[in-house]
Design a protein around this ligand. Sequence first.
Ligand code: SF4
Length: 478
Amino acid sequence: MSGARKVHIRSFGCQMNVYDSHRMADTLAGEGYAETAAAGDADLIILNTCHIREKAAEKVYSELGRMRRLKEAAARDGRRIVVAVAGCVAQAEGAEIIRRAPTVDLVVGSQSFQRLPALLARVERGDAVVDTEFPVEGKFGALKAPSPQATRARGVSAFVTVQEGCDKFCTFCVVPYTRGAELSRPAAEIVAEVARLAEAGVREVTLIGQNVNAYHGVGPGGAPWTLGRLLHRVAEVPGIARLRYTTSHPGDMEASLIAAHRDLAGLMPHLHLPVQSGSDRILAAMNRRHTRAQYLRTIERLRQARPDMAFSSDFIVGFPAESEQDFGATLSLIDEVGFAGAYSFKYSARPGTPAAELDQQVAEDVKSERLQRLQRAIDRQQAAFNARCLGRSFEVLFERTGRYPGQIVGRSPYLQPVQVPGSAASIGEIGTVTITELSANSLFGSLVGKPGAPGSERGPLAGERPRRRDPMPAEPGG
Ligand code: SF4
Protein backbone atom coordinates (compact mmCIF):
# COMPACT_ATOMS: atom_id res chain seq x y z
CA MET A 1 0.00 0.00 0.00
CA SER A 2 1.21 3.52 -0.67
CA GLY A 3 -0.04 7.14 -0.57
CA ALA A 4 -2.83 8.33 1.74
CA ARG A 5 -4.46 5.31 3.33
CA LYS A 6 -7.76 5.02 5.12
CA VAL A 7 -8.84 2.76 7.96
CA HIS A 8 -12.40 2.00 9.00
CA ILE A 9 -12.71 0.55 12.51
CA ARG A 10 -16.01 -0.90 13.67
CA SER A 11 -16.22 -1.41 17.39
CA PHE A 12 -18.59 -3.87 19.06
CA GLY A 13 -19.34 -4.28 22.75
CA CYS A 14 -18.05 -2.38 25.72
CA GLN A 15 -16.09 0.81 26.37
CA MET A 16 -12.89 -1.21 26.63
CA ASN A 17 -13.29 -2.12 22.97
CA VAL A 18 -14.05 1.51 22.10
CA TYR A 19 -10.86 2.52 23.88
CA ASP A 20 -8.88 -0.21 22.08
CA SER A 21 -10.30 0.95 18.74
CA HIS A 22 -9.14 4.50 19.47
CA ARG A 23 -5.67 3.24 20.33
CA MET A 24 -5.54 1.18 17.12
CA ALA A 25 -6.50 4.31 15.16
CA ASP A 26 -3.81 6.31 17.00
CA THR A 27 -1.18 3.67 16.28
CA LEU A 28 -2.18 3.44 12.61
CA ALA A 29 -2.20 7.26 12.31
CA GLY A 30 1.55 6.98 12.90
CA GLU A 31 1.67 4.73 9.81
CA GLY A 32 -0.17 7.26 7.63
CA TYR A 33 -3.72 5.94 8.00
CA ALA A 34 -6.62 8.41 8.34
CA GLU A 35 -9.90 7.19 9.79
CA THR A 36 -12.95 6.96 7.55
CA ALA A 37 -16.56 6.31 8.48
CA ALA A 38 -17.21 4.64 5.10
CA ALA A 39 -16.10 1.01 5.05
CA GLY A 40 -16.22 0.88 1.25
CA ASP A 41 -13.65 3.71 0.97
CA ALA A 42 -11.17 2.08 3.33
CA ASP A 43 -7.89 0.36 2.52
CA LEU A 44 -8.12 -1.43 5.86
CA ILE A 45 -11.25 -2.52 7.71
CA ILE A 46 -10.95 -3.66 11.32
CA LEU A 47 -13.84 -5.35 13.11
CA ASN A 48 -13.06 -5.00 16.82
CA THR A 49 -15.25 -7.74 18.16
CA CYS A 50 -16.97 -8.61 21.44
CA HIS A 51 -17.56 -12.12 22.77
CA ILE A 52 -19.91 -11.32 25.63
CA ARG A 53 -23.21 -11.76 23.83
CA GLU A 54 -24.85 -14.97 22.73
CA LYS A 55 -23.80 -16.19 19.28
CA ALA A 56 -21.13 -13.46 19.13
CA ALA A 57 -18.94 -15.44 16.74
CA GLU A 58 -21.87 -16.16 14.39
CA LYS A 59 -22.66 -12.44 14.24
CA VAL A 60 -19.05 -11.72 13.28
CA TYR A 61 -19.16 -14.33 10.49
CA SER A 62 -22.35 -12.78 9.15
CA GLU A 63 -20.70 -9.31 9.20
CA LEU A 64 -17.71 -10.80 7.38
CA GLY A 65 -20.06 -11.79 4.54
CA ARG A 66 -20.73 -8.07 4.05
CA MET A 67 -16.99 -7.34 4.17
CA ARG A 68 -16.40 -9.96 1.46
CA ARG A 69 -18.84 -8.17 -0.85
CA LEU A 70 -17.15 -4.79 -0.16
CA LYS A 71 -13.78 -6.35 -0.85
CA GLU A 72 -14.96 -7.88 -4.13
CA ALA A 73 -16.49 -4.56 -5.24
CA ALA A 74 -13.21 -2.76 -4.46
CA ALA A 75 -11.23 -5.40 -6.37
CA ARG A 76 -13.38 -4.76 -9.45
CA ASP A 77 -12.23 -1.10 -9.18
CA GLY A 78 -8.62 -2.23 -8.88
CA ARG A 79 -8.39 -1.51 -5.14
CA ARG A 80 -7.41 -3.83 -2.32
CA ILE A 81 -9.19 -3.81 1.03
CA VAL A 82 -7.42 -5.59 3.86
CA VAL A 83 -9.89 -7.09 6.36
CA ALA A 84 -8.79 -7.61 9.97
CA VAL A 85 -10.70 -9.14 12.89
CA ALA A 86 -9.56 -7.93 16.31
CA GLY A 87 -10.82 -8.19 19.88
CA CYS A 88 -12.33 -10.98 21.93
CA VAL A 89 -13.83 -13.10 19.12
CA ALA A 90 -10.43 -12.97 17.39
CA GLN A 91 -8.82 -14.08 20.64
CA ALA A 92 -11.29 -16.94 21.12
CA GLU A 93 -11.54 -18.19 17.52
CA GLY A 94 -8.01 -17.53 16.21
CA ALA A 95 -7.16 -19.25 12.90
CA GLU A 96 -10.67 -20.71 12.68
CA ILE A 97 -11.79 -17.26 11.48
CA ILE A 98 -9.60 -17.39 8.38
CA ARG A 99 -10.58 -20.99 7.74
CA ARG A 100 -14.30 -20.13 7.80
CA ALA A 101 -13.98 -16.67 6.22
CA PRO A 102 -11.01 -16.58 3.81
CA THR A 103 -11.82 -12.94 3.06
CA VAL A 104 -10.05 -12.16 6.37
CA ASP A 105 -6.36 -11.23 6.01
CA LEU A 106 -5.48 -10.69 9.65
CA VAL A 107 -6.70 -11.97 13.03
CA VAL A 108 -5.30 -10.02 15.96
CA GLY A 109 -6.20 -10.76 19.59
CA SER A 110 -7.04 -8.26 22.29
CA GLN A 111 -3.55 -8.39 23.81
CA SER A 112 -1.45 -8.01 20.66
CA PHE A 113 -2.94 -5.17 18.59
CA GLN A 114 0.03 -2.93 19.41
CA ARG A 115 1.80 -5.05 16.77
CA LEU A 116 -0.61 -3.94 14.03
CA PRO A 117 2.00 -2.11 11.90
CA ALA A 118 4.29 -5.15 11.78
CA LEU A 119 1.38 -7.55 11.23
CA LEU A 120 0.05 -5.42 8.37
CA ALA A 121 3.50 -5.44 6.78
CA ARG A 122 3.30 -9.25 6.74
CA VAL A 123 -0.17 -9.07 5.17
CA GLU A 124 1.32 -6.78 2.52
CA ARG A 125 3.73 -9.56 1.66
CA GLY A 126 0.76 -11.82 0.99
CA ASP A 127 0.54 -13.80 4.24
CA ALA A 128 -2.69 -14.50 6.10
CA VAL A 129 -1.68 -13.59 9.65
CA VAL A 130 -3.00 -14.75 13.03
CA ASP A 131 -1.62 -13.27 16.27
CA THR A 132 -3.53 -14.20 19.41
CA GLU A 133 -0.59 -14.35 21.77
CA PHE A 134 -0.48 -12.75 25.19
CA PRO A 135 2.91 -11.09 24.68
CA VAL A 136 5.18 -10.16 27.53
CA GLU A 137 5.96 -6.67 26.24
CA GLY A 138 3.74 -3.88 27.61
CA LYS A 139 0.88 -3.31 25.19
CA PHE A 140 0.00 0.16 26.39
CA GLY A 141 3.55 1.44 26.37
CA ALA A 142 3.90 0.29 22.74
CA LEU A 143 0.77 2.10 21.52
CA LYS A 144 0.93 5.59 20.04
CA ALA A 145 -0.72 8.46 21.91
CA PRO A 146 -3.60 10.24 20.14
CA SER A 147 -2.96 13.62 18.57
CA PRO A 148 -4.67 16.59 20.31
CA GLN A 149 -6.96 16.85 17.26
CA ALA A 150 -8.00 13.19 17.55
CA THR A 151 -8.66 13.65 21.28
CA ARG A 152 -10.78 16.75 20.65
CA ALA A 153 -12.79 14.92 17.97
CA ARG A 154 -13.61 12.18 20.50
CA GLY A 155 -15.22 14.61 22.92
CA VAL A 156 -14.82 16.08 26.37
CA SER A 157 -15.47 12.82 28.21
CA ALA A 158 -12.85 10.12 27.70
CA PHE A 159 -12.23 6.53 28.74
CA VAL A 160 -8.81 5.39 29.92
CA THR A 161 -8.08 1.69 30.36
CA VAL A 162 -6.18 1.20 33.62
CA GLN A 163 -6.61 -2.54 34.07
CA GLU A 164 -7.33 -5.53 31.86
CA GLY A 165 -8.23 -9.15 32.34
CA CYS A 166 -9.77 -11.02 35.22
CA ASP A 167 -8.71 -13.67 37.73
CA LYS A 168 -12.19 -14.23 39.18
CA PHE A 169 -13.46 -16.98 36.82
CA CYS A 170 -17.19 -16.56 37.30
CA THR A 171 -18.60 -19.77 35.89
CA PHE A 172 -20.69 -18.06 33.18
CA CYS A 173 -18.05 -15.64 31.84
CA VAL A 174 -15.57 -15.81 28.95
CA VAL A 175 -13.51 -12.75 29.95
CA PRO A 176 -10.73 -14.62 31.82
CA TYR A 177 -10.19 -16.71 28.67
CA THR A 178 -10.39 -13.87 26.09
CA ARG A 179 -8.65 -11.09 28.02
CA GLY A 180 -6.31 -13.15 30.18
CA ALA A 181 -5.07 -12.61 33.72
CA GLU A 182 -5.44 -9.33 35.58
CA LEU A 183 -2.92 -6.75 34.53
CA SER A 184 -2.70 -3.15 35.79
CA ARG A 185 -0.94 -0.27 34.05
CA PRO A 186 1.66 1.70 36.03
CA ALA A 187 0.12 4.74 37.75
CA ALA A 188 2.55 7.22 36.17
CA GLU A 189 1.64 6.04 32.66
CA ILE A 190 -2.07 6.54 33.41
CA VAL A 191 -1.54 9.99 34.94
CA ALA A 192 0.51 11.07 31.90
CA GLU A 193 -2.25 9.87 29.57
CA VAL A 194 -4.92 11.73 31.56
CA ALA A 195 -2.77 14.89 31.55
CA ARG A 196 -2.47 14.68 27.74
CA LEU A 197 -6.24 14.28 27.45
CA ALA A 198 -6.85 17.25 29.75
CA GLU A 199 -4.49 19.45 27.74
CA ALA A 200 -6.57 18.64 24.65
CA GLY A 201 -9.80 19.69 26.41
CA VAL A 202 -11.10 16.54 28.12
CA ARG A 203 -13.02 17.39 31.33
CA GLU A 204 -14.24 13.98 32.46
CA VAL A 205 -12.30 10.72 32.61
CA THR A 206 -13.75 7.26 33.21
CA LEU A 207 -11.09 4.77 34.32
CA ILE A 208 -12.02 1.41 32.85
CA GLY A 209 -11.10 -2.22 33.28
CA GLN A 210 -12.84 -5.59 33.24
CA ASN A 211 -12.27 -5.59 36.97
CA VAL A 212 -11.27 -1.99 37.43
CA ASN A 213 -11.33 -1.98 41.22
CA ALA A 214 -8.86 -4.88 41.31
CA TYR A 215 -6.36 -2.26 40.05
CA HIS A 216 -2.94 -2.75 41.61
CA GLY A 217 -0.59 -0.89 39.25
CA VAL A 218 2.85 0.06 40.43
CA GLY A 219 3.08 3.58 41.88
CA PRO A 220 5.97 5.99 41.40
CA GLY A 221 7.67 4.65 44.58
CA GLY A 222 7.55 1.06 43.33
CA ALA A 223 4.74 -0.13 45.63
CA PRO A 224 1.36 -1.06 44.15
CA TRP A 225 -1.41 1.55 44.26
CA THR A 226 -5.10 0.84 44.85
CA LEU A 227 -7.75 2.32 42.60
CA GLY A 228 -8.68 4.70 45.43
CA ARG A 229 -5.15 6.06 45.50
CA LEU A 230 -5.02 6.32 41.72
CA LEU A 231 -8.32 8.28 41.69
CA HIS A 232 -6.86 10.77 44.19
CA ARG A 233 -3.86 11.32 41.94
CA VAL A 234 -5.89 11.60 38.73
CA ALA A 235 -8.20 14.11 40.44
CA GLU A 236 -5.17 16.41 40.81
CA VAL A 237 -4.62 16.63 37.04
CA PRO A 238 -5.38 20.26 36.05
CA GLY A 239 -8.49 20.52 33.87
CA ILE A 240 -10.09 17.22 34.96
CA ALA A 241 -13.37 18.10 36.67
CA ARG A 242 -15.12 14.74 36.84
CA LEU A 243 -14.08 11.16 37.46
CA ARG A 244 -15.84 7.84 37.10
CA TYR A 245 -14.72 4.21 36.97
CA THR A 246 -16.18 0.98 35.68
CA THR A 247 -16.66 -2.02 35.86
CA SER A 248 -16.24 -3.03 39.49
CA HIS A 249 -16.43 -6.35 41.30
CA PRO A 250 -18.23 -6.22 44.66
CA GLY A 251 -15.41 -8.17 46.32
CA ASP A 252 -12.84 -5.50 45.42
CA MET A 253 -14.60 -2.44 46.92
CA GLU A 254 -11.78 -1.84 49.39
CA ALA A 255 -11.64 0.89 52.04
CA SER A 256 -9.56 3.49 50.14
CA LEU A 257 -11.96 3.30 47.20
CA ILE A 258 -15.03 3.77 49.39
CA ALA A 259 -13.27 6.67 51.12
CA ALA A 260 -12.57 8.28 47.74
CA HIS A 261 -16.33 8.65 47.29
CA ARG A 262 -16.39 10.65 50.52
CA ASP A 263 -13.26 12.69 49.87
CA LEU A 264 -13.22 13.48 46.15
CA ALA A 265 -15.90 15.96 45.06
CA GLY A 266 -15.01 15.26 41.43
CA LEU A 267 -15.75 11.53 41.77
CA MET A 268 -19.31 11.24 40.49
CA PRO A 269 -21.90 9.71 42.83
CA HIS A 270 -22.79 6.84 40.53
CA LEU A 271 -21.40 3.30 40.59
CA HIS A 272 -22.04 0.32 38.35
CA LEU A 273 -21.68 -2.65 40.69
CA PRO A 274 -22.77 -5.95 39.11
CA VAL A 275 -24.44 -8.40 41.48
CA GLN A 276 -25.92 -10.91 38.97
CA SER A 277 -28.21 -12.59 41.54
CA GLY A 278 -29.67 -11.98 44.98
CA SER A 279 -29.53 -15.66 45.96
CA ASP A 280 -26.51 -16.95 47.90
CA ARG A 281 -27.02 -20.41 46.38
CA ILE A 282 -26.80 -19.00 42.84
CA LEU A 283 -23.97 -16.59 43.71
CA ALA A 284 -21.96 -19.61 44.90
CA ALA A 285 -22.79 -21.59 41.74
CA MET A 286 -21.66 -18.56 39.72
CA ASN A 287 -18.40 -18.47 41.73
CA ARG A 288 -19.02 -14.79 42.44
CA ARG A 289 -16.96 -14.91 45.65
CA HIS A 290 -19.33 -12.73 47.64
CA THR A 291 -22.66 -13.22 49.40
CA ARG A 292 -25.84 -11.21 49.25
CA ALA A 293 -25.14 -9.83 52.74
CA GLN A 294 -21.62 -8.73 51.76
CA TYR A 295 -22.98 -6.95 48.69
CA LEU A 296 -25.63 -5.14 50.72
CA ARG A 297 -23.05 -4.14 53.31
CA THR A 298 -20.86 -2.65 50.57
CA ILE A 299 -23.81 -0.61 49.27
CA GLU A 300 -24.47 0.61 52.80
CA ARG A 301 -20.83 1.66 53.32
CA LEU A 302 -20.84 3.55 50.02
CA ARG A 303 -24.05 5.35 51.00
CA GLN A 304 -22.51 6.26 54.33
CA ALA A 305 -19.51 7.71 52.44
CA ARG A 306 -21.69 9.60 49.96
CA PRO A 307 -25.40 9.75 50.77
CA ASP A 308 -26.58 10.63 47.25
CA MET A 309 -24.76 7.65 45.72
CA ALA A 310 -26.69 5.94 42.89
CA PHE A 311 -26.11 2.35 41.80
CA SER A 312 -26.64 0.38 38.65
CA SER A 313 -26.01 -3.31 38.23
CA ASP A 314 -26.02 -6.41 36.02
CA PHE A 315 -28.41 -9.32 36.49
CA ILE A 316 -28.50 -12.78 34.96
CA VAL A 317 -31.85 -14.54 35.24
CA GLY A 318 -32.33 -18.27 34.73
CA PHE A 319 -28.80 -19.38 35.69
CA PRO A 320 -28.77 -23.23 35.82
CA ALA A 321 -30.88 -24.53 38.72
CA GLU A 322 -32.25 -21.07 39.60
CA SER A 323 -35.53 -21.75 41.44
CA GLU A 324 -38.47 -19.39 41.85
CA GLN A 325 -37.22 -18.86 45.40
CA ASP A 326 -33.75 -17.87 44.13
CA PHE A 327 -35.32 -15.46 41.68
CA GLY A 328 -37.49 -14.04 44.44
CA ALA A 329 -34.28 -13.30 46.36
CA THR A 330 -33.03 -11.29 43.36
CA LEU A 331 -36.26 -9.26 43.26
CA SER A 332 -36.03 -8.59 46.98
CA LEU A 333 -32.42 -7.45 46.61
CA ILE A 334 -33.54 -4.99 43.92
CA ASP A 335 -36.14 -3.62 46.33
CA GLU A 336 -33.61 -3.39 49.10
CA VAL A 337 -30.92 -1.54 47.12
CA GLY A 338 -33.01 0.67 44.81
CA PHE A 339 -30.80 0.58 41.71
CA ALA A 340 -30.47 3.54 39.38
CA GLY A 341 -30.52 1.24 36.36
CA ALA A 342 -29.52 -2.22 35.28
CA TYR A 343 -28.50 -4.45 32.45
CA SER A 344 -30.41 -7.69 32.66
CA PHE A 345 -30.07 -10.80 30.57
CA LYS A 346 -31.35 -14.32 30.31
CA TYR A 347 -28.59 -16.79 31.07
CA SER A 348 -27.16 -18.38 27.93
CA ALA A 349 -24.30 -20.83 27.92
CA ARG A 350 -20.93 -19.66 26.61
CA PRO A 351 -18.92 -22.54 25.15
CA GLY A 352 -15.90 -23.38 27.26
CA THR A 353 -17.27 -21.95 30.51
CA PRO A 354 -18.02 -24.25 33.50
CA ALA A 355 -21.69 -23.21 33.72
CA ALA A 356 -22.28 -24.44 30.17
CA GLU A 357 -21.70 -27.98 31.47
CA LEU A 358 -24.16 -27.71 34.39
CA ASP A 359 -27.33 -29.78 34.55
CA GLN A 360 -30.68 -28.22 35.35
CA GLN A 361 -30.66 -25.58 32.64
CA VAL A 362 -33.77 -23.40 33.11
CA ALA A 363 -36.48 -23.53 30.43
CA GLU A 364 -36.52 -20.64 27.97
CA ASP A 365 -40.09 -19.56 28.74
CA VAL A 366 -39.31 -19.45 32.47
CA LYS A 367 -36.25 -17.27 31.82
CA SER A 368 -38.29 -14.91 29.62
CA GLU A 369 -41.01 -14.53 32.20
CA ARG A 370 -38.49 -13.83 35.00
CA LEU A 371 -36.63 -11.32 32.87
CA GLN A 372 -39.84 -9.39 32.23
CA ARG A 373 -40.64 -9.29 35.95
CA LEU A 374 -37.14 -8.09 36.79
CA GLN A 375 -37.18 -5.40 34.11
CA ARG A 376 -40.60 -4.16 35.26
CA ALA A 377 -39.21 -3.77 38.78
CA ILE A 378 -36.21 -1.79 37.53
CA ASP A 379 -38.35 0.37 35.20
CA ARG A 380 -40.76 1.28 37.99
CA GLN A 381 -37.95 2.48 40.21
CA GLN A 382 -36.29 4.41 37.39
CA ALA A 383 -39.50 6.23 36.54
CA ALA A 384 -39.96 7.19 40.18
CA PHE A 385 -36.43 8.57 40.36
CA ASN A 386 -36.84 10.60 37.18
CA ALA A 387 -40.06 12.05 38.55
CA ARG A 388 -38.17 13.16 41.65
CA CYS A 389 -35.66 15.00 39.45
CA LEU A 390 -38.36 17.37 38.20
CA GLY A 391 -37.80 20.87 39.52
CA ARG A 392 -34.38 19.98 40.94
CA SER A 393 -31.09 21.59 39.88
CA PHE A 394 -27.75 19.88 39.39
CA GLU A 395 -24.51 20.18 37.49
CA VAL A 396 -24.26 18.91 33.94
CA LEU A 397 -21.15 18.50 31.79
CA PHE A 398 -22.14 19.47 28.26
CA GLU A 399 -20.75 16.96 25.78
CA ARG A 400 -22.30 17.57 22.35
CA THR A 401 -24.91 19.40 20.33
CA GLY A 402 -28.40 17.88 20.38
CA ARG A 403 -30.50 16.55 17.56
CA TYR A 404 -32.24 19.91 17.16
CA PRO A 405 -30.61 23.30 16.47
CA GLY A 406 -29.94 25.33 19.60
CA GLN A 407 -29.92 22.24 21.83
CA ILE A 408 -26.97 20.80 23.77
CA VAL A 409 -26.71 17.49 25.61
CA GLY A 410 -24.74 16.57 28.69
CA ARG A 411 -24.72 14.15 31.60
CA SER A 412 -25.98 14.53 35.12
CA PRO A 413 -23.76 13.35 38.00
CA TYR A 414 -25.78 10.09 37.77
CA LEU A 415 -24.97 9.62 34.07
CA GLN A 416 -28.46 10.56 32.87
CA PRO A 417 -28.54 12.35 29.51
CA VAL A 418 -29.78 15.94 30.02
CA GLN A 419 -30.90 18.12 27.14
CA VAL A 420 -31.05 21.93 27.39
CA PRO A 421 -31.34 24.91 25.05
CA GLY A 422 -27.80 26.24 24.62
CA SER A 423 -24.98 26.97 22.24
CA ALA A 424 -22.17 24.71 21.03
CA ALA A 425 -19.77 27.14 22.72
CA SER A 426 -20.85 25.60 26.07
CA ILE A 427 -19.56 22.13 25.15
CA GLY A 428 -16.89 21.18 27.66
CA GLU A 429 -18.41 23.43 30.34
CA ILE A 430 -20.22 22.41 33.47
CA GLY A 431 -23.40 24.33 34.16
CA THR A 432 -26.22 24.17 36.66
CA VAL A 433 -29.44 22.91 35.08
CA THR A 434 -32.96 22.91 36.48
CA ILE A 435 -34.95 19.90 35.25
CA THR A 436 -38.29 20.92 33.75
CA GLU A 437 -39.44 17.88 31.74
CA LEU A 438 -38.91 14.14 31.40
CA SER A 439 -39.00 11.49 28.74
CA ALA A 440 -38.38 7.76 29.07
CA ASN A 441 -34.62 8.08 28.56
CA SER A 442 -33.72 11.75 29.02
CA LEU A 443 -34.16 14.72 31.26
CA PHE A 444 -34.87 18.17 29.82
CA GLY A 445 -34.02 21.40 31.56
CA SER A 446 -32.78 24.95 31.39
CA LEU A 447 -29.40 26.34 32.25
CA VAL A 448 -29.59 28.43 35.40
CA GLY A 449 -25.94 29.13 36.05
CA LYS A 450 -22.35 28.11 36.33
CA PRO A 451 -21.33 25.81 39.17
CA GLY A 452 -21.65 27.62 42.47
CA ALA A 453 -24.20 30.12 41.13
CA PRO A 454 -27.42 30.66 43.14
CA GLY A 455 -29.78 27.74 42.63
CA SER A 456 -26.99 25.19 42.40
CA GLU A 457 -27.01 22.14 44.67
CA ARG A 458 -24.17 19.64 45.12
CA GLY A 459 -26.46 16.69 44.53
CA PRO A 460 -30.13 16.74 43.69
CA LEU A 461 -31.30 13.82 45.71
CA ALA A 462 -29.10 13.32 48.72
CA GLY A 463 -30.47 10.45 50.73
CA GLU A 464 -32.77 9.37 47.91
CA ARG A 465 -32.28 6.59 45.45
CA PRO A 466 -31.81 7.83 41.92
CA ARG A 467 -32.60 5.51 39.03
CA ARG A 468 -31.78 5.58 35.38
CA ARG A 469 -32.01 3.45 32.31
CA ASP A 470 -28.33 2.87 31.75
CA PRO A 471 -27.36 4.52 28.47
CA MET A 472 -23.97 2.88 28.12
CA PRO A 473 -23.24 -0.33 26.29
CA ALA A 474 -23.10 -3.39 28.49
CA GLU A 475 -19.74 -3.94 30.04
CA PRO A 476 -18.14 -7.34 30.12
CA GLY A 477 -16.62 -7.29 33.53
CA GLY A 478 -17.06 -7.00 37.23
S1 SF4 B 1 -18.11 -11.57 35.32
FE1 SF4 B 1 -16.53 -10.04 35.81
S2 SF4 B 1 -15.52 -10.84 37.64
FE2 SF4 B 1 -16.64 -12.56 36.74
S3 SF4 B 1 -15.14 -13.59 35.42
FE3 SF4 B 1 -16.27 -12.13 34.12
S4 SF4 B 1 -15.00 -10.28 34.15
FE4 SF4 B 1 -14.32 -11.55 35.85
